[in-house]
Design a protein around this ligand. Structure first.
Ligand code: SF4
Ligand code: SF4
Length: 297
């Protein structure tokens, strides 16, 4: 049979097409569209740390007050890494911020609302450290924005929706999550204390500030006065610092100077942990061998 006689493989209609920044798509969402607000009444909306920072500041709340009132905890992976979603209004799937006129927090709406009707995925090319982004179109039956005449490039759409600032602020956090997922079960469940630090550094902006100026922090980390002052004054710089801090705590990527005695204690803890993991592996192997052994007559 000639090559061209072979049947084309079956391609389901809804397989998303991978798009780059200069690809275009047809989409326009506006106030006079028949489906206006429909999407905001059907939310499943994960919040990023920068979403929480913008929303809590807009509403004049602390991050913890915001999370208690509008957040819904969920687990981002099998090890229970804590995530926060927007809590819908009671007994509905509606966003608490939707009004008849539209979004009441529009200028500070979460990045997932800005991306819709686009999705973003990430890949790490083989043998490279960098993460490559790609995009795809999310088409839902209720959304009539796809019937638009005009085309827009993904690059323009991102600008129009104010996405680059959100991506820039969340970048380090996203790297952490991708890294954690890529490591898979090999890295094991992070200790409870690391999980608490992850929650605080990611979502509790005022708690993280209190931690930075605490004796507990200063007894371990060796920050100069100017750096500490910047972190105290500048909430966005503090958020970027939080990602460095978490990379250090979770993956041992040392970018923050550590006091000598604390460094020795930290290295000893790492050795302890490695020994405990080794022991866990050995007991697992012993248990497996016992299962494989023939049963006594
Ligand atoms: S935050 Fe605004 S745009 Fe996002 S779901 Fe709620 S109402 Fe809609
Ligand atoms: S066009 Fe799509 S995104 Fe815009 S309001 Fe309608 S359903 Fe929502």
């Amino acid at each position: 049979m000639a090559e061209h006689d072979r049947e084309a493989p079956y391609i389901p209609e809804k397989v998303p097409v991978k798009l780059g920044l200069d690809d275009t798509f047809r989409f326009r969402c506006h106030k006079d569209i028949a489906c206006f607000n429909v999407c905001c009444h059907q939310i499943d909306l994960p919040l990023t740390p920068y979403d929480i920072l913008r929303l809590k500041n807009r509403l004049g709340m602390t991050a913890i007050e915001f999370i208690k009132e509008y957040g819904l905890p969920y687990e981002m992976d099998a090890h229970g890494m804590p995530g926060i979603k927007m809590r819908p209004l009671p007994n509905t799937t509606s966003c608490p911020f939707v009004t008849e006129e539209g979004c009441s927090v529009y200028e500070d709406r979460p990045v997932a609302c800005r991306y819709y009707a686009l999705g973003r995925g990430s890949m790490r090319p083989v043998g490279e450290a960098r993460i490559e982004d790609y995009y795809f179109i999310v088409k839902e039956d209720h959304c009539q924005g796809h019937e638009a005449e005009e085309e827009i490039s993904i690059r323009e759409y991102r600008e129009q929706q104010g996405i680059p600032k959100y991506d820039e602020m969340n970048e380090g956090w996203r790297d952490l999550i991708i890294k954690k997922r890529s490591a898979g079960p090999a890295i094991g469940r992070p200790p409870e204390a690391s999980m608490r630090l992850f929650f605080m550094a990611s979502y509790d902006m005022e708690g993280f500030l209190a931690f930075l100026v605490s004796d507990a922090f200063r007894s371990v980390y060796d920050l100069d006065r100017d750096t500490l002052e910047t972190l105290v004054k500048d909430e966005e710089a503090r958020m970027q610092f939080a990602w460095r801090f978490l990379k250090q705590v979770l993956f041992g990527e040392m970018s923050i100077p550590v006091r000598e005695d604390a460094r020795k204690a930290y290295e000893e803890r790492l050795r302890e942990r490695a020994r405990a993991l080794e022991e866990e592996k050995r007991s697992f192997a012993r248990a497996e061998a016992a299962f494989d052994a023939p049963l006594p007559d």
